[in-house]
Design a protein around this ligand. Structure first.
Ligand code: FAD
Length: 329
């Protein structure tokens, strides 16, 4: 395979959402929106995926920035991860998101990588990224799920031919904050709950989100309900810099009179979508956020996990991250 030489494509640089959407609607499967380009350009350079028409979104001012709306905030999809990490409102009211954005990759990648790009990034399975003909790439084999397959990064739940996980650090925070994705196409706008935005291989093995060709994520809205809650974010990776999560955890919790009155908690990198831990939410609501509740929460979180050959370690890892999220938030 020829690496590091991108194939030819036509580049379009619209300066409005309408023009971008018209172009993407015209191109359908042959169009590819690009924001920071960290994910897209590596596909092109590896020649593992190709688009005849690349629509560069970075000139669209309306898709940038963080604004207050209806008691919450709206973040344009082109806002960089650094802008999110350092924004005063995000830091003071939604510290969970500031932390999640600040744990992505390296400062250089966060300076250019966008919210939309992070949430829509593709799976990071070695085999798939290398360009082999696996199920996700339209073939009929999962190379990671074989006796010799390298699968320590892969899933504990939701395997369906493909065992790749959602690699985003920001996505579980959006689920925990009950965010809403604003999705636009040439024919209109729809709003999708963050929890429903990400899809597994059982729904469509070639996509990671509900976005259809021609659609764009233009913004993400975070409601006021979880502002100033007690937050917990932790990411465990093989190294502390420049690395994808092995498991991450994001939670928003409200404690009143010593007991947990409301909580949303989600884990990343354990299935193909961020995994909302509703069982944990049920177990801990109404209890004190103490050691005993934390232990019960950890046990509940890993029930039903089905490890692959090399990722058993993710089970105690997730259990401990959940414990800490309840006890240390
Ligand atoms: C070395 C390295 C390490 C990394 N480590 C981490 C990590 O630790 N944690 C983590 O979470 N991520 C990590 N990443 C992923 C990185 O965060 C994302 O690749 C980056 O944020 C993507 O943003 P981008 O704007 O560059 O995406 P792009 O490459 O521009 O886009 C990514 C995908 O999203 C689509 N897209 C972009 N914007 C939109 C939109 N508005 N609407 C619809 N579709 C859109 C593109 O078509 C493309 O398919 C890493 C990446 C690299 C290269």
């Amino acid at each position: 395979m020829s690496k590091d030489m991108m194939p030819h494509f036509e580049l379009f640089q619209p300066d409005s959402e309408e023009t971008a959407l018209d172009l993407l609607s015209r191109f359908g499967d042959e169009g590819w929106p690009v924001a920071g380009g960290h994910d897209s350009l590596s596909w092109f350079k590896d020649r593992a995926k190709y688009a005849a028409n690349v629509v560069d979104l970075t000139g669209i001012a309306s898709m940038r920035g963080i604004r207050e709306v209806d008691g919450g905030i709206e973040i344009g999809a082109l806002t960089t991860l650094t802008e999110i990490e350092n924004n005063d409102i995000v830091q003071s009211r939604y510290g969970l998101l500031a932390q999640a954005a600040g744990h992505v990759a390296s400062p250089q990648i966060r300076n250019v990588g966008t919210l939309g790009g992070n949430l829509n990034q593709d799976a990071r399975c070695w085999y798939y990224r290398y360009g082999v003909d696996c199920y996700r790439a339209g073939g009929n084999t999962c190379y990671a799920d074989t006796p010799e397959g390298q699968n320590r990064e892969h899933c504990l739940w939701g395997a369906d031919r493909c065992v790749a996980v959602s690699p985003s650090d920001v996505a579980p925070a959006m689920v925990a904050l009950d965010a809403t994705m604003i999705v636009r196409s040439a024919s209109g706008t729809r709003e999708v709950a963050a929890e429903d935005y990400f899809i597994g291989p059982d729904i469509d093995i070639e996509r990671m989100t509900v976005l259809e060709p021609g659609e764009l994520l233009t913004a993400v809205r975070i409601p006021g309900d979880w502002a100033n809650a007690q937050f917990y974010f932790e990411k465990v990776a093989d190294r502390n810099t420049w690395d994808f999560p092995l498991v991450n955890i994001a939670s928003a919790m409200v404690v009143e009179n010593g007991t947990i009155s409301r909580i949303r908690i989600a884990a990343g990198a354990v299935q193909c979508t961020p995994r909302r831990l509703t069982v944990v939410e049920e177990v801990v609501t109404g209890s004190a956020p103490d050691e005993e509740t934390a232990a019960l929460a950890g046990q509940a979180a890993v029930r039903g996990a089905t490890p692959l050959n090399f990722n058993h370690f993710k089970i105690p890892l997730l259990e401990n991250l959940v414990k800490r999220a309840i006890r240390d938030a």
